[in-house]
Design a protein around this ligand. Sequence first.
Ligand code: ZN
Ligand code: ZN
Length: 730
Amino acid sequence: MAIARVALPVAVDKIFDYWIPEGLAVTTGTLVRVDLAGRPLAGVVVDVGAASAAQSGSLVPLRELVSELAPLPPDVLALAGFVAEYYQAPLGQVLALALPPLGEAGAARVDRRAQPMALSARGRLELPARLPRAPRARELHARFAAAPGGVLDADALQALPDSLHAVRRAWARAGWIEPAASPADPASRSRVELNAGQLEAAAAIEAAASGFQPVLLQGVTGSGKTDVYLAAAAAAIARGRQVLLLVPEINLTPQLERRVLAALPGRRVVTLHSALAAGERRHRWQEAAEGRADLVLGTRLAVFTPLPRLGLVVVDEEHDPSFKQQDTVRYHARDVAIWRARDRRVPCVLGTATPALESLHRAQQGRYAWLRLTQRAVVPAALPPLRLVPDRSTKSGEGMGEPLQAAIDARLERGEQSLVFINRRGFAPALLCSACGWQPGCPACSARLVVHRDAGVLRCHHCGHAEATPRRCPECGNVDLLPLGHGTQRLEHALAAAFPKARIARIDRDSMRRKGSFAALHGDIHAGEIDILIGTQMLAKGHDFPRLTLVGILGADNALYSADFRATERLAALLLQVAGRAGRAQLPGEVIVQTSFPTHPLFVALADHDYDAIAATLLAERRVAELPPFAYLALLAAEAPDRAHVDDFLGRAHAAGTQVLAQTGAGVELFSPVAAALARRAGMERGQILVRCAQRAVLQRFLGRWRTELAGLARRRVRWSLDVDPIGFA
Ligand SMILES: [Zn+2]
Ligand SMILES: [Zn+2]
């Protein structure tokens, strides 16, 4: 009897055996449906063999094949195998990442792409009169007005909130909108001219096309890195190959998709990300897997997409922490992309203005080719001058100093746009009783509650707990409770008070909760309908606003106090990226940073836009401290409702690790168990053990054995995880 060994998406690190019913064609890579303890699951066959006599009695059959998807090819199975081993994760969970969401049994539905739509002549004539009394219609109308060429493409239509879909259907029935040529159709395409630096970089990537070659493409913001990738992509596709282009965020894909389509006329481009409807994602995955898609543009999960003709891998904004998954399988999509490129013997381009120190170090060692773009692509657009001004926010109470206010005023006079950046949402990060010093904390976390004045609540940003803002102090009865510090909402109030005529928009997770609202606002900003933008890091990257000439940065000092050793690296990357938003087109820009530490080396280097100097300082510190990229880390994290259970588990984990070390030899440092920086979250006590080693292979050997021991130690009430190459220590 033949048996299939099946990897299933469950947390135990185990492969499950099923016998193969007569007539089912099952090979390695086949997708199958099975029952596991009465639960129907889909999994991937990783091996086919003969059952031993001892087993065969207890085995159950496969239920059926997943007919709507082709088997996973050997290279994707190998990729998943590497990820499972390296990141210490169950193979079944890794393979689940490689698959699109499956439909119900037998439902091999293929969604057709929505057709791009535009306002018809009749719609343009008849609609405006109806808009004043119809807010939803007004919103849809604004989206059409803001869309490039007045055309909403398939993705934009799909991203509409449910309330607007009804309006759209009514308009289609009334003949107010009609199918339109997508703005990416040949007639409206514009070819991009590369400058000398870009041409050189594109040529260097093309020259590496015949084998594995990691390339760090480091270019200042606005230097046109994207045009270089797209030229390299066009060349690869012209050779009959497929291209994988990874981006950190879903928010960035619609804009980039438009640029990609414009640069690759007649080519099939598909986007893949987790926000797509299941059927649509399956359909696009299939196009990639069958070799029909020329370019796949996607977020980190797209790194596992089967691509039979893969010829080039590009990771845009390679330093971005969102490439690292923070739960289940804790993989880093950039590092997985590099492994995949090596396995498939194709070049892998890592693009960024601010390389991760790991990537920079490898480039400096000569392990990566290192290409640099030092000029901004638009000729008059120099990097904006950056001014450090003293932070007097505690005195003025509302966050903004005189110089920033004056600069915003000047922009309003000239009809230009300003962006005020503060990486903290809410009204104020804490509430304080002026009499006794009481501050409300979260009942479930070791964290203070954030003041959200618009909603009249205090909210925990770690677990979502919310409670009404108290009228008086529960400790002393004092009614004078003061919001402490600044968040985006408070800044919005302050700006509205200082500039009553300005049109102000706030962009953070609270204001952008509704699907598609970001896209609509994006259109408003482009159309010049907004004077002052208030933004968190949602707004830091990838957006080009031609009339934006001032960027003010508040609260930058916070990262200097962080316990996370990567905080300064991230701050530098973030600030340079935000600064890069100013003056990207014809108008010159300016950046103002408010800080209490104007002589801090980080800010001084920042004022010169000198990421190299910042990176050199940080690398020197990391070398002394034996931190990445000069060492490899892994983190065992554990949590349980009771501190005693966490301590007990970590104590035994440490003892087991010490024993494993006695066998696997020297070189691995096992640190003592400590509480996590956020010691309690959502009612769970949290602790961790850090592991460090100078050699990756030695660390891997240790982790593999230690994990086996840990699985045996686990108690029901303790949740634990191993994070290899962790990027945060929260
Ligand atoms: Zn009090
Ligand atoms: Zn909480």
